[in-house]
Unconditional design. Structure first.
Lengths: 89, 890
């Protein structure tokens, strides 16, 4: 068991998993930013240019992906009460 | 055609329904049956005030003008919501733990409860929100005008003004009615939140309905719609990267910093867990609101006559197609969007204005000596809120009228966003960085405000309106690098991107730079630690509803503090009062207040408040609470220190008393022994006197016998009086009452006197003296000294048992003393008895030889002590030897 007052160096597996879920939750907006900036790299003129509908679809599909991921994470993320503030482990 | 009067009737009915919903929700909440009011769904829907009339009407117009750029306004909040674990969770936790009432309160509280920071944030918020409120008024009047126009009435300026006034006035009444009813610490408005949730549903349904009508009714289904979009004249993706990134940033930041968003997201939040649902459900709501924007814009551009306002396509498209019911629904949707935004913004701004400007001013102006003012403050706060709400709406109305309600107003939405965002560096810095200081935050806010005013807000009134064209082109006083839209000489940037870039860079720079070189106050450091480490310091929201579980917790805590009997008695009494004997009472506010008072009696007011607060509000202990607790603890400590000192003092006294008692007891024992000795000594002669007197009285006897017996009686009487004389003498000496009469005399004369008085007649004691040594002067009480000599000489005569008794008197001087030794040639005194002989009534030889009471040597020692000398037994001689010492004459 962990001695009182001093956090353990290693966490048991379940707790470790919970922390990684918290990391995933933090990564989600970064993922969203990156994916939504990608259209800026597309060519806007010429034959290779994306169509109006293509760009529109891309942005909205990313949106749905983010919503679904957030919903999944919201279900599996640990209870806010039981998890202390994340430390770098 | 929809009759304009029908429209007004429907609007009024709708407003009445809102009143009813709000009223019902308030009532439920007041009855404590409002659990469903605190559901995560309601919370999520209340967040929808982000989608104002600007969204409802403006998004389509935005898309028609700038393509997909409109979507950035919804992408930003989506990113913030899906990243709730990072920022929002922390913000909501801090808001609950610190009982934050507004974003100004958060900033002020974080930086050591600074009133100035609160004022700055309030100013920023009011300046930034006023155009936005004007925008809502404009959209409602415009949409009304559309219906009027459809009836053939072209609205004039006065019509617009009248409609705007009615709208603003009605909103003010509603907001004052439901926004300033309660003034509790939590600042939650159940009625308002409920009304907003209803409006959220209405506007979503309205927009979806229009969208479905457009896609399936006019566009021929999704796939055909996509083809139409592709073929449209509109270029959806002609995107400037700076604007795309900048707008996503501004919208996400504004989502956090807008006073109204902060109000619903943090202040009205009942349970941190609600964020869990909102994290994906609110992005889904935004998604749904945005989904049909592009199709409506494309079809609108296609079907509507050229030059018609794309901002009103949502309304005009159904109208032009004869879908009057749909148009009515769309109008209600827009109306809902506008009203909900204005209501919450007015409440949030009014809270800030009253808490940070009006009430502090009022308190500062009035006499401080009037201590008890809580009731007054409550009244004045409510009044300030009401006036502030009216004031905020009046500002919006005035702005609307001054700006002329043209397209210039539509552009101001983003500028307004950028203004609110100036709070972001101080906010994020404050909750993540303990090093952020109050001067840093103030510098950041002021810098941001100035840059925003100069580069974005003032130019927004149009060239030459506020800032002259010359200044726009050449800079103030010809300083080129201060040109409002080309700061530091960097030209060619989009004005919006330019303003956001510089304001945020300078703002953040000021925060970091000034914070690094300044030092925070203690309260600031405490608050900083509380904010940054909020997850270490506070417990989260409770998952159970506040009913029996709360009462149980309260009981447990009370038992720990005041003992189980007393706690259970209080709870039982309360349960009986609530009409449910035998059960746990409801944790009503009244009961909690009473309980707190009861507990305060045991642990102090501040501690009781903090403990109760922990259980009931789920809120943390504020710094003031902590300081008060510390004060109480210090007082208790001091008190116990005083007690300890007192008890030590008492113990010392008790010890002294015990010692005195022991001394007294010992003295009493001594006295008893002395008395019994005396009685014994007195009784012996008395007995013989009595018996011989009886013989003399009763018996016939010869004259010889008669005279012999009388002689015995006389002898005994003499002995008795001698004993009494001795006792008296000793008592006088011991009490120190003796008066010494110092005289100077020759020692040989003194010794002669003593020898002659010692009654040596009939005893063959041989005296050996040394006249040469004796020849000294002595200055002391000579009579007393002689008395000692007599005693010693007669003792030697009495007790010396040698065949030829001899007494040698030696005189010498040493160590500043005269020594007069009396040595006889008897057997001496055994070593163990040498100390005893100076005690009272001590007699070593058998009594027959004594003839004294054993007081002689005791008296001698007392005398010698009085005379400043001593008398000791001198061991180591063949016989008995006493040494009398006297100080040499001065």
């Amino acid at each position: 068991m962990t001695p009182q007052g001093k956090p353990a160096v290693f966490l048991e597996r379940a707790h470790y998993r919970q922390r990684r879920l918290g990391d995933a939750a933090r990564c989600l907006p970064v993922l969203g930013v990156v994916l939504w900036l990608i259209p800026l790299l597309w060519q806007t003129n010429g034959d290779a240019a994306q169509s109006n509908a293509g760009t529109l679809t891309y942005i909205f599909v990313i949106w749905v992906v983010l919503i679904v991921l957030a919903a999944v994470l919201a279900r599996v993320l640990p209870d806010a009460d039981t998890t202390p503030d994340p430390t770098q482990r | 055609m929809v009759s304009f009067n029908v429209l007004i009737l429907v609007s009024l009915t709708y407003v009445a329904a809102l009143f009813f919903v709000a009223f019902l929700a308030e009532q439920r909440a007041a009855e404590g049956r409002g659990n469903w009011l605190r559901s995560p769904v309601i919370y999520t829907l209340s967040l929808s005030i982000y989608c104002t009339a600007w969204t409802f009407y403006g998004a389509v117009g935005y898309a028609a003008r700038s393509g997909l750029e409109f979507v950035t306004i919804y992408l930003g909040p989506t990113l913030v919501m899906v990243g709730w674990w990072w920022l929002l969770r922390r913000l909501v936790r801090i808001g609950r733990a610190q009982r934050i009432t507004s974003i100004a309160d958060l900033i002020s509280s974080r930086f050591g409860k600074s009133r100035r920071l609160g004022v700055i944030v309030t100013l920023i918020a009011v300046i930034a929100a006023t155009p936005y409120i004007a925008l809502q008024i404009q959209s409602v009047t415009l949409s009304l005008a559309v219906f009027a126009e459809a009836e053939g009435a072209i609205w004039t300026d006065s019509d617009f003004a009248r409609a705007a006034m009615w709208f603003a006035g009605g909103l003010a009444v509603f907001t004052i009615l439901f926004g300033t009813r309660n003034l509790d610490a939590n600042e939650r408005h159940h009625g308002i939140v409920m009304a907003i949730a209803v409006e959220a549903v209405v506007k979503l349904i309205a927009l979806l309905a229009v969208g479905i009508f457009v896609v399936w009714g006019l566009g021929g289904g999704p796939s055909q719609m996509m083809a139409t979009i592709d073929a449209a004249d509109l270029d959806l993706w002609d995107q400037d990267a700076g604007r795309w990134v900048g707008l996503i940033f501004v919208s996400s930041a504004a989502f956090i910093c807008l006073p109204r968003m902060f109000q619903v997201m943090v202040v009205e939040n009942d349970d941190e867990g609600h964020l869990r649902l909102a994290s994906w459900a609110f992005p889904a709501y935004l998604f749904a609101m945005s989904l049909f924007v592009v199709p409506i814009a494309v079809i609108g551009l296609e079907l509507m006559p050229a030059g018609s306002n794309p901002d009103l396509f949502v309304l005009t498209l159904p109208l032009s197609q004869g879908a009057n019911g749909l148009a009515m629904l769309a109008f209600l949707g827009g109306f809902s969007s506008a009203t909900s935004m204005v209501i919450v913004a007015a409440i949030a701004l009014a809270t800030m204005v009253s808490n940070h400007i009006v009430v502090p001013l009022w308190l500062a102006m009035r006499d401080d000596s009037q201590g008890a003012m809580s009731g007054d403050v409550r009244q004045i706060t409510l009044l300030a809120r009401r006036l502030s709400i009216a004031g905020v709406l009046a500002l919006g109305f005035v702005y609307y009228r001054l700006s002329g309600g043209g397209t210039a107003l539509a552009a101001i939405g983003l500028i307004s966003f950028a203004g609110s965002v100036q709070v972001l560096p101080a906010l994020v810095g404050g909750i993540f960085w303990r090093g952020a200081t109050r001067p840093g935050a103030a510098a950041a806010l002021l810098t941001g405000l100035l840059v925003w005013l100069w580069a974005m807000f003032l130019p927004s009134f149009g060239p030459g309106a506020v800032i002259p064209q010359g200044v726009m082109d050449a800079g103030p006083f010809g300083i080129a690098w201060l040109r409002p839209q080309a700061l530091f000489g960097i030209t060619g940037l989009d004005p919006l991107v330019h303003g956001i870039l510089w304001s945020m860079l300078l703002n953040t720079g000021a925060l970091v730079g000034v914070s690094l070189v300044t030092f925070p106050t203690p309260l600031e450091r405490l608050q900083g630690a509380q904010f940054v480490n909020v997850f270490d310091h506070s417990t989260g929201a409770r998952t159970w509803s506040r009913s029996v579980a709360d009462a149980e917790d309260l009981l447990l805590m009370s038992q720990r503090i005041i003992g189980s009997t007393e706690a259970q008695r209080i709870f039982a009494r309360e349960a009986i009062q609530q009409g449910k004997p035998g059960q746990l009472p409801e944790a009503t506010p009244d009961f909690i207040a009473r309980l707190e008072r009861d507990l305060a009696g045991s642990v102090g007011a501040a501690t009781a408040h903090a403990m109760i607060g922990q259980l009931t509000g789920g809120s943390g202990v504020s710094v003031e609470d902590l300081i008060a607790v510390a004060d109480e603890a210090a007082q208790i400590l001091e008190y116990s220190n005083r007690l300890e000192a007192k008890s030590a003092e008492q113990e010392a006294t008790a010890r002294a008393l015990r010692e005195a008692n022991a001394k007294l007891t010992a003295i009493s024992i001594q006295k008893d022994a002395f008395l019994s000795q005396i009685s014994h000594e007195l009784r012996t002669p008395m007995t013989s006197i009595r018996s011989f007197s009886e013989i003399l009285r009763d018996a016939d006897m010869s004259a010889a016998d008669h005279s012999r017996y009388a002689g015995i009686i006389l002898e005994e009487s003499i002995r008795l009086s001698r004993l009494l004389d001795d006792l008296l003498d000793l008592s006088v000496l011991e009490n120190g009452q003796v008066v010494l009469r110092p005289q100077t005399g020759r020692l040989p004369a003194l010794l002669d006197r003593a020898v002659s008085a010692a009654g040596l007649q009939g005893r063959n004691l041989h005296l050996r003296r040394d006249p040469a040594a004796e020849d000294i002067d002595i200055t002391t009480d000579l009579d007393r000294l002689v008395q000692v000599f007599i005693n010693l000489i007669s003792n030697a005569a009495k007790y010396c048992d040698a065949k030829q008794p001899e007494l040698t008197i030696r005189v010498s001087s040493a160590k500043g003393q005269h020594r007069i030794d009396f040595l006889d040639n008897g057997i001496g005194i055994a070593a163990q008895n040498q100390d005893l002989i100076f005690e009272k009534f001590s007699r070593l030889a058998d009594e027959s030889k004594a003839g004294g009471a054993g007081l002689g040597l005791a008296i001698c020692r007392e005398i010698m002590h009085r005379l400043g000398g001593d008398i000791t037994y001198l061991p180591g001689t063949s016989g008995t030897a006493f040494r009398v010492t006297l100080p040499l004459a001065v």
